[in-house]
Design a binder for this molecule. Structure first.
Ligand code: ADP
Length: 350
């Protein structure tokens, strides 16, 4: 039951830039795939193209090998959950869950049995006779899942399903979705702008930027081997540091990293470094014989955030680098804005 998208393009105004531009990817069968990107990247449009609420200008959508591009929504047999609950307020929880089954004219006994099964699945057995107004936000969203799953869809499409909930409930439901997926094994596509959410619950991530796929891969691939400065900074707030190849290694201050075999001596390289992978030091001791020259940076600004201090460094190359230092460590350094500090890169990816 994989979802395959081939060269999809959707333009809302003639001559304008497309919301979705030549997008191809595959959501593997039985996995949760996240469509991750900032607001306006084209994620929702892509999801709507897959469920049939939008028609592409170019390209094809295949669900479980079947070309659905020209099929109306109700013929695609997909379960969809949006950010806003979209439950019928005048209906009970049971009636809401039964809605899609009644539309499909299933026998009454079967409808009742399936509603019971769904209430058990989303752990709301006791609340079947309530109205949506009598439920918490998290419970309402679980009813929306039950309604989407009641039709036994081939795939589940989720558009920021936890986006309207507060952080604590969102984290609980993330865990809940993970368990729900373990039980159903349904191929799931999750639209989110939250990189934490994507890395935590999906097995495959498609990063979107300006209507295009910026990178697709496992959460580890995306995090450890970002394909571009955009992906590096969007996932985990990495900065770009420029260095060069020295004795067959990428020299980044005092750190030397391995580089592809084809890299030539003296060639410029850029590396992605995450905020907690740089250590700051006050000492400006000259490099000893055989030592590599450490990076020196200037503190542009800093801001305490919880137990950490976020420091913006300006490197001599002009690069801006964000560093995250434990608060006590930063206070012990005793630096102020404008001071020079040594920046030791602990680890980075080239
Ligand atoms: P995301 O879900 O990543 O925030 P969207 O798919 O909602 O992105 O939007 C992508 C782009 O398409 C945005 O520039 C948005 O303004 C535009 N867009 C989305 N839907 C419509 C529409 N119905 N009419 C015109 N423009 C739209």
């Amino acid at each position: 039951m994989s979802i395959i998208v081939k060269q999809l393009t959707r333009r809302f105004s003639p001559g304008g830039s497309p919301a979705v531009s030549d997008v191809s990817f595959q959501a593997p069968a039985g996995a949760i795939t996240s469509l991750l990107g900032p607001s306006g990247a084209g994620k929702s449009t892509l999801l709507r193209l897959i469920c049939g609420l939008e028609v592409p200008d170019v390209g094809r959508v295949l669900i479980d090998g079947l070309d659905c591009t020209a099929l109306p929504v109700q013929k695609r047999n997909v379960g969809v959950v949006f950010q806003s609950y979209a439950l019928f307020r005048h209906m009970t929880v049971r009636e809401n869950i039964a809605f899609g089954l009644n539309v499909r004219r299933l026998p009454r006994d079967e409808v009742e049995a399936r509603v019971d099964e769904m209430l058990r699945l989303v752990q709301l057995e006791a609340l079947g006779s309530r109205h949506p107004g009598q439920l918490s936000g998290g419970q309402r969203q679980r009813v929306a899942f039950a309604r989407a799953l009641a039709i036994r869809p081939r795939v589940l499409l989720l558009d920021e399903p936890f986006g309207a909930l507060d952080t604590r409930v969102r984290e609980e439901l993330r865990e809940w979705l993970h368990e729900l997926h373990e039980r159903t094994g349904l191929t799931t596509l999750l639209v989110t702008h939250d990189q934490q959410e994507a890395l935590e619950i999906s097995q495959h991530v498609v990063v979107m930027s300006e209507g295009r796929v910026a990178q697709a891969g496992s959460p580890e691939d995306i995090y450890d081997r970002p394909a571009s400065p955009f992906v590096a900074s969007f996932i985990g707030g990495a900065s770009v540091l420029r260095g060069h190849v020295l004795e067959g290694r990428a020299a980044l201050g005092s750190l030397a990293l391995s580089v592809p075999a084809a890299a030539r001596e003296g060639e410029a390289v850029h590396a992605f470094v995450r905020p907690h992978d740089i250590k700051l030091a006050r000492s400006v001791s000259a490099a000893g014989a055989g030592e590599r020259t450490p990076f020196m940076g200037r503190v542009e600004r800093f801001k305490p955030v919880g137990g950490f201090v976020k420091v913006l460094l300006r490197m001599p190359s002009g690069d801006e680098v964000t560093v995250q230092v434990p608060r006590s460590e930063f206070e012990a350094l005793g630096v102020v804005e404008g001071d020079a500090v040594r920046a030791d890169v602990l680890t980075a990816s080239v």
